[in-house]
Each structure stands twice: as C-alpha cells, then as structure tokens.
Design a protein around this ligand. Structure first.
Ligand code: FAD
Length: 566
C-alpha cells in the first residue's frame, strides 16, 4: 500500500504516525509546503510573547526525527498543486528547486488546514501587517516587533487567536488596541460571558473597540494608519490581522471533490471524501454538528488529532470507525481570566430554532474559607423538555478548565442537567466545595425546570413597567455601593419581618449579588402567596458586566484617559 498525505501538522502528522503504527509495510509520503512539520500552532502566540522562550520547543517533531521514528518519507517545502483522481496521482513542486513531479497513491489523505482571511482592503499588503498561522509568520512578527522597537499594536479581530496575541503583545509592553467588527468578542460564546471577559480586558489597559470595522491601511513612515468605519484613524507600529480562517479547499476543488454548505471538504462519517480513495481531516473539512445537525467547520487541534486517528484506522482497516462530530470545546486564557465554551451557544441555538432555557450561576472555584477562592460564572443552555444539556460556557480565574471539561463531556454524551446534580467530584477545600460549581449549575437548572425557580435575564429589565417591583435583597451596604436603578432594598434576612411592605398582585423581580439569595427570597415570597415572582439569572454581578459593556459611559476613553490613540 502507498499512502500520501498532504499537510504535515496537526491532522496530517497524526494520521501519518497512526498509519505507520497500523501498517508497518506501507510506503508513506507526507507533503508539507512549509519548512516545518508537526509544530505547535497553539503555542505560537506564547512564543511571540516570550512566555515560551525556546523556539525549539515549538517543534514536536522534525522531518528527520519523524522519518527516523516512523519511517515516513517527509517532503517539506513541497507544495502539492493538483490531484489526478483517474490516475491516482498528485503533482508536487519542490519549492526550493522548482522541480515538478508526480507521485502515485493508493489512498490519499488531505489535511491542508485553513487559511487566514485577508480581505482586499486598501493597503492590506503594507509592511507591518501580519497574519499568524505558522512558524514563518511567527518569526516575522517576533523579529519585526523586536527589531523595530514596536510600541503600539492594533489587533484586528477579538477571537481566540486575536485575544492571545493581544495579551502576549501587551505583556511585551506594547500599547494594544483590539478592533472587533461584532458587538462582542469571542463569537462562539454568548454575550453575558463575553461581557465578563471584555470588562477584564479593559481593566488591563487594552483598548477594546467593538462594532468597529477597519476600512483600510496606509503606510505612514515606519507606522501604519488604520482607518476605521467611524472615521477614526489609528496609528500602529504593527497590525495583527486575526479575523478568522476558512477551510483550505483549493486542492479539493481542483480535484472536483464535493464541498459542503459550510465551504469545507465534504466527508462522510468515515472521513472519506466523495472519492472513496481520498480521505480528509482537520480544519479543511466540514461535518454535522451533533447538537444542531447542521454542517459546520471546526478549527481546533483536538478534533483534528482525533479525526486523524479515526481516518488512519478507516484507511488501513476499511471504514471500521465512525466520527461522531465535534461540539467545539474551546478554551482561552485572557490575562488572569480563563474562558471556555462547549456545545452550541444560546444565540446559535436560537438561529437553529432549538428551544432551550439559559441559566447563569456564580460560585467559588473552591471553598470560600480556604484562601484564594475566586468567583466563576457558568452559563448553561438546556432543553426545556428533558433537560438535555446543549451548551456550557465558563469564565473565571481558577478551575475553569476542569469545570468546562466535565460539562463538555456531559454534553458529548447527551446527558441532562440531572446528571450535573449527580456528578461526583473530588473535594477538599483547596480544590472545590462539597457542592461543586457544576453541581450548583445542575441544582439551579433543575429548580427552573421543575418550576421552583422562575428567572429573568439582564436584558429584560427594559421591558418592565412602573407597576412592577424590583426588589434588591442584598445587604444595605451592598445596595448602597451600587444597585439597579429603580430597585427597593429589603435584605433577605429581614424579608419575613418586612413582607408587608411588598404589595401583592404585582410582578416582583428580585435580584441579589449572584442569584442564590434571590432564589431564597423567591421561595419565601412564593410560599407566602405572591404569585408573580422571578429572580435575576446571574444576579447583579452579571447585570453589571452586561450593562457596563452596553453603556457608553464605560468606554475606554473614560477609564484610561492617558491612553494615546494617535
Ligand atoms: P494545520 O495544522 O494548519 O496543517 C495544515 C498544513 O498543511 C499546513 O502546515 C500547510 O502548510 C499544509 N498544506 C496546506 N496545503 C498544502 C499543499 N497543497 N501542499 C503541501 N502542504 C500543504 N486549536 C486549539 O484547539 N487550541 C488552541 O489553543 C489553538 N491555538 C491556535 C493558535 C494559532 C496561532 C493557530 C494558527 C491555530 C490554533 N489552533 C488551536 C487551531 C489548530 O492549530 C488547528 O485547528 C489545527 O492545527 C488544524 O490541523 P490541520 O491539520 O487541519 O491544519
């Protein structure tokens, strides 16, 4: 058997190694147009930021070590330009010599990845404007920043890589602006969770401009003028374009393989393309999302590696293993915070017409009496009919990854919010509480599903009428330190004795700091004959983050008047 693989990083290198483990006799050739194979894409921003100091650490394998370990013919700096499906050949160009040749295959595996978007804006090819995809890009950015004594960076795009780059450039001492076209950062998460992270980014002195488009660039001496759609011109020493990627389907299109509605290479459940002798994995493919049933792209290293193993099994052993799809579990460090998501965000469930209930909870990362417990926000979405968990998003400072992984695993296994209640975790005070934040998310969701708790959301307050009562049940000092306009204050511990102050027959909207005291107040009122009582999901804290992010009053200019924009 002769296997050819195109692309030698996450999906391609993993497929090649697995093919060798399954078939010692096969001839395996892997083509890579770049200089490096199997490098750590995910570590690139941290090398630029000097968190990873040794460049060699970025290389999981080299062409030589890969060949030695797996007896694989690795051909770097060699671009595969076309596939001839009838003759079962690929055409390759050795880029250093210009040599063009053909290679035959029995089975071909495509893992060409994705390409960074680079819209045709005026001046986009100016010196100092970079995208980040590979080691070469990394070297260019790092040396440009160091050699030119760069002071100001504009990062365009507030996605995962954009935020990592913003943090790393900021940690290098640069003044950083993030320009984001959307109304929030991190498109895969819902606004309330993004708002928490946005507040954190602003607090670290990064200029975050939302709802803003870049319309062009112009070189201005050593600097670059970045023109925005609001008329503002921002001057930067370096620009990082991080506005997303799209599947690299060039070879697939040339070979007339089927592509799908999400513009990725179409594959069946065995990761086989429309040609039975060609398989594909990684960022370049599209696959049915297990929650929405719709075709989608996944640009993540974990799924690419897992697909690689399945693909190699199917190539060698004959379609024995089905790929189940990805729920897009992703995580990112943003300064001191961590934020992650798994499953389908509420906003995307709405688009897919999937009915769901959202619940926000806030709990300590570990026992409050043990030092350094930090608050963590969890937002889940679940089915109103059977409680099936559809998504989870977590933001906080400690233990976020652990909770996200647990929740992701529940979502993947089609578990419900009742399973969150039963979830048994390892507990000692430095690690968690007797009731873990995951259990708490389950308890609250169960209360909602069983109608013991009725919630309202931060953005529903504007629908209230003067007849409605907004009741703050926090302590008086908390209320005085900041409240939702129009709220009256009756602290929870005084509620039973002062219940007569609350008129019956009205809609009563309760809130506390995080949601728990509001729930207790709601139970008291409900059982005292008040019929229309609901509690603010996520409490005052979440409301404050969300409204701050909506408010002009909290723009960057006010918080950091000394920031020099020009
Ligand atoms: P790639 O790993 O991109 O490999 C494709 C390779 O194919 C490329 O090297 C390319 O040069 C080569 N190629 C393409 N066409 C040809 C051709 N015609 N001939 C020869 N060679 C070709 N994911 C996470 O899950 N977590 C993270 O923290 C994370 N961080 C990231 C940070 C950065 C800066 C980047 C760029 C990506 C990050 N990712 C992360 C995404 C992750 O790296 C990708 O999802 C993953 O690498 C996809 O694997 P792949 O094999 O499909 O593509």
């Amino acid at each position: 058997m002769k296997y050819i693989i195109v692309g030698a990083v996450a999906g391609g290198a993993s497929t090649a190694a697995r093919l060798r483990r399954l078939d010692e006799q096969a001839e395996i050739i892997i083509f890579e147009k770049g200089e490096h194979i199997s490098f750590a894409n995910c570590g690139l921003p941290y090398y630029i930021g000097d968190v990873i100091k040794d460049r060699n650490k970025l290389f999981v394998q080299t062409a030589t070590s890969f060949n030695k370990r797996f007896n694989i013919d690795v051909r770097v700096t060699t671009l595969v330009t076309s596939i001839n499906r009838e003759r079962k050949t690929v055409t390759a160009v050795k880029q250093t010599t210009g040599e063009i040749y053909e290679e035959t295959y029995d089975k071909l595996i495509l893992s060409p990845g994705a390409e960074p978007a680079r819209p045709p804006l005026p001046g986009i090819s100016s010196e100092g404007i970079f995208t980040l995809r590979n080691v070469q890009d990394t070297d260019y950015i790092k040396s440009y920043v160091l050699q030119n004594h760069i002071k100001k960076a504009v990062v365009i795009g507030g996605g995962f890589i954009g935020l990592e780059m913003a943090e790393n450039l900021h940690e290098l001492g640069l003044q950083v602006t993030i320009i984001e076209l959307g109304s929030q950062i991190l498109a895969p998460v819902d606004f309330p969770i993004a708002a928490i992270v946005q507040q954190h980014i602003r607090s670290r002195g990064v200029n975050l401009q939302l709802n803003t488009a870049v319309t062009g660039f112009e070189k201005n001496g050593p600097q670059i003028d970045v023109t925005l759609n609001n008329g503002e011109v921002m001057t930067a020493d370096v620009v990082i374009l991080s506005i997303g990627v799209r599947p690299d389907t060039r070879l697939a299109v040339q070979a007339e393989l089927k592509t799908g509605t999400a513009r990725g290479i179409w594959v069946n459940e065995y990761l086989q393309t429309s040609d039975p002798d060609i398989y594909a994995v990684g960022d370049a493919i599209e696959f049915k999302n297990p929650i929405t049933g719709q075709s989608m792209n996944t640009y993540l290293a974990g799924p690419a590696n897992k697909q690689a193993r399945i693909c190699a099994n199917n190539v060698v052993l004959g379609n024995i293993q089905k790929y189940q799809g990805s729920i897009n579990t992703a995580i990112v460090k943003v300064f001191e915070m961590t934020v992650g998501t798994a499953g389908t965000a509420s906003k995307h469930l709405k688009v897919a017409n999937i009915s769901h209930i959202v619940s926000n909870t806030q709990n300590g990362s570990h026992a409050g009496y043990y030092p350094d417990s930090k608050q963590m926000n969890i937002q889940i979405a679940f089915s109103p009919s059977d409680g099936r968990l559809l998504s989870a998003q977590v933001a906080g400072y400690d233990g976020v990854d652990k909770r996200l992984d647990v929740l992701s695993s529940f979502i993947q296994q089609n578990k419900t919010i009742y399973d969150l209640i039963d979830y048994e975790h390892a507990y000692a005070p430095p690690y968690s509480s007797a009731k873990d934040p995951v259990n708490m998310a389950g308890f609250v969701a169960e209360n909602i599903l069983l109608n013991r708790l009725k919630v309202f959301y931060w953005n529903e307050l504007e629908d209230f009428t003067p007849e409605d009562i907004l009741l703050d049940v926090r302590r008086i000092n908390e209320y005085e330190a900041g409240k939702i306009p129009g709220a009256i204050n009756i602290p929870l511990d005084e509620l039973r004795s002062r219940i007569g102050e609350i008129p019956t027959g009205k809609n009563i909207y309760i809130y506390c700091e995080a949601g728990l005291r509001g729930y207790l107040a709601q139970r008291i009122l409900k059982q005292s004959g008040y019929r229309h009582v609901s509690n603010l999901s996520g409490g005052y804290n979440l409301w404050k983050n969300c409204t701050a992010e909506h408010s002009e009053a909290l723009t960057f200019k006010k918080q950091h008047p000394s920031f020099d924009r020009v």
